[in-house]
Design a binder for this molecule. Structure first.
Ligand SMILES: [Zn+2]
Length: 222
């Protein structure tokens, strides 16, 4: 185990650099090499998700008593109870002296009160991820290189760069629409564009198509 004492006391602050601003940390290849970089969903004391952290930090907090781990049936464990759990096929294990330690998927920060909403940077890539690389006019999914970002209300008409005004569009639709609003061009949007919700933001940050099964009950409530 590594890390300073401050990480082991209960009154820690969540660092921004742990919010997966850097999804490469969780790249699948990296993950398989180092279980300590696996993502762990952290809940505040009211069991609302506040962050995705790494297994490394999760173990520190669990070991120090600031957090408990929650298993797949919702049972809450302190470190000594957690270390007694078997590492099953569906688990990731951290090799330790004399065996293996199950990597937690969900962590309960026992004294953490704050509510936190991650923000996803508005970018071309993230708009496309939000729209699942699907043209929001014709619903086609061409290769990413043939996708554009369309201003629903064109910039020339005062349209701004925002989650609500940017959508993914294929080239033909983008061309056809031109400098018109969807109404003027008689083109319907598949759905009203919005900023990603909390759980969707988390997935965007993670770059994972699916969260761990164990995250689902907590993300649903977010
Ligand atoms: Zn299209």
């Amino acid at each position: 185990m590594v890390g300073g004492h401050d990480e082991l006391d209960g009154s820690f602050e969540i660092d921004d650099d742990l919010t997966l601003a850097n999804p490469t940390l969780l790249h699948p290849e990296r993950r398989s090499r180092d279980p300590l970089t696996l993502p762990v969903l952290a809940l505040n004391r009211h069991f609302h998700p506040v962050q995705v952290t790494t297994a490394r930090r999760a173990f520190l907090l669990l070991f120090g008593g600031a957090a408990h781990a929650i298993d797949e049936v919702g049972e809450v464990h302190d470190f000594s109870s957690w270390r007694g759990l078997p590492v099953r096929d569906t688990d990731d294990g951290l090799p330790i002296v004399g065996g293996s330690l199950r990597v937690p998927r969900v962590l309960h920060l026992r004294r953490y009160e704050r509510v936190r909403r991650p923000t996803v940077r508005l970018s071309r890539r993230n708009v496309m991820l939000r729209d699942a690389h699907q043209c929001q006019y014709c619903s086609k999914r061409p290769p990413v290189r043939d996708l554009n970002i369309d201003h629903v209300v064109p910039r020339s008409r005062g349209g701004v760069d925002s989650w609500e005004n940017l959508v993914t569009a294929c080239r033909p639709c983008n061309l056809r629409k031109g400098r018109r609003t969807p109404e003027e061009a008689s083109m319907r949007l598949l759905r009203t564009p919005t900023a990603p919700r909390w759980s969707a933001s988390m997935l965007l940050l993670l770059g994972r198509p699916e969260p761990f099964k164990e995250w689902e009950p907590f993300l649903k409530s977010a």
